[in-house]
Design a protein around this ligand. Structure first.
Ligand code: NAD
Ligand code: TDX
Length: 332
């Protein structure tokens, strides 16, 4: 049985991975999470206590991290500040958690000789033109745009250097935009779903032509488990499910689900430096490691996600007013 330390395991994607481990493996799991505004204890509540435990702590604190890493066979590192808009308002926690936090994890796994899988994003590659047939591959040069994506890019480069210089046993994955249950309502899809539930209108940045490559969080988790077990040490794997959609199409799909008119949304102030398009070529992961996504159909995955937010109003309701107040101050 493997003992796995999951940093950020009370967040949107990390908690999905914890559920994946409980359901599909016999690993025991320790979640290390600072429980920032983005975390949710409920997302990992009810899991068997003999399989999953939570340590509340900061990944940038070596006194917390080092002894925990010593007690595990592998670390899967999700913890991060994750929202682009927040990084434009205040980059400081992004530098602290994404860079210093990752450095702290790296030093601990180096000393303990423990396997690491580092979770990253396709945003490290910058963006593509809307009419460019190209997609990101593992060979695409880094060219991040925002404080968020530049700190994630920096964290990836630290991992690469620790592999090469110190022989750390690490792999990296860069995934496209995730959707599914438990995503914080500051993010695009849950923000629009909860606006519509509230009888309000979705808020599209700019013209809504920006393209994101959507993948269900369950598929991200199965890919990470595959890489953790079968990935080549030192390698990077791109994770994606061929889910390119522009934001306008996603908003229209949400509106249609609720029987609202296609044009019942507002255009709001665009995000500064807004990346145009992300698109992932996941051929390496599929051909070398045999992974394939289960949610091939975005429409039905989105419908299930919408129903989850309808059924879990108790979870998101306490945050709705303050999230919208922050956006309103920015004209968004
Ligand atoms: P999230 O914001 O929902 O969760 C982040 C979690 O990390 C929270 O539980 C938070 O409390 C914790 N955390 C933050 N700072 C911490 C610290 N200093 N110490 C310990 N815990 C801390 O984020 P998410 O969307 O689940 O993203 C998780 C990871 O996946 C991130 O590394 C992100 O860059 C990456 N990623 C996300 C997406 C996406 O679409 N959401 C896509 C690709 C990659
Ligand atoms: O209200 C909105 N209106 C809108 O049009 C919001 C919140 C967003 N948008 C647009 C901006 C983006 O083009 O929707 C798209 C998606 O926005 P976000 O949900 O903020 O995601 P993004 O900036 O693409 O980053 C996400 O995917 C990559 C995650 O938040 C990152 O953590 C991950 O690395």
């Amino acid at each position: 049985m493997q003992r796995i330390l999951v940093t950020g395991g009370a967040g949107f994607i990390g908690s999905n991975f914890v559920h994946h481990l409980v359901e599909h493996t016999d690993a025991s799991v320790t979640v290390l999470d600072k429980l920032t505004y983005a975390a949710s204890r409920e997302s990992i509540a009810g899991l068997p206590a003999d399989r999953v435990s939570l340590v509340v702590g900061d990944i940038a604190d070596p006194e917390v991290v080092a002894p925990l890493v010593d007690q595990h066979d592998a670390v899967v590192h999700y913890a991060a500040e994750s929202h682009n808009d927040n990084s434009l308002n205040d980059p400081s926690p992004f530098v602290q958690t994404n860079l210093i936090g990752t450095f702290t994890i790296l030093e601990a796994v180096r000393r303990a000789g423990v396997r690491l899988h580092h979770i990253s994003t396709d945003e490290v590659y910058g963006d593509l033109e809307l009419d460019d047939p190209a997609r990101f591959t593992e060979a695409t040069p880094y060219n991040p745009s925002s404080p968020y994506s530049s700190t994630k890019a920096g964290s990836d480069l630290l991992v690469r250097a620790w592999v090469r210089s110190f022989g750390v046993q690490a792999t990296i994955s860069n995934c496209s935009n995730n959707y599914g249950p438990w995503q914080h309502i500051e993010k695009f899809i849950p923000r629009q779903i909860t606006n519509v539930i509230d009888g309000g209108r979705p808020k599209l940045y700019g013209a809504g032509q920006n393209v994101r490559d959507w993948i269900h969080a369950d598929d991200h988790s199965s890919a990470v488990w595959t890489i953790l077990n079968h990935g080549r040490i030192g390698d990077t794997y791109l994770i994606g499910a061929d889910g390119e959609k522009n934001n306008l199409d996603v908003v229209r799909q949400i509106l249609r689900h609720f029987g609202r008119a296609d044009d019942d949304f507002d255009h709001v102030t665009d995000r500064a430096g807004h990346d145009l398009r992300y698109a992932i070529d996941s051929t390496k992961l599929r051909t070398e490691l045999g992974w394939a996504p289960q949610f091939a159909d975005f429409e039905s995955g989105l419908a299930r996600t919408i129903e989850w937010y309808v059924a879990h109003e108790d979870w998101w309701r306490p945050h709705k007013q303050s999230v919208e107040a922050t956006y309103a101050k920015q004209g968004q």
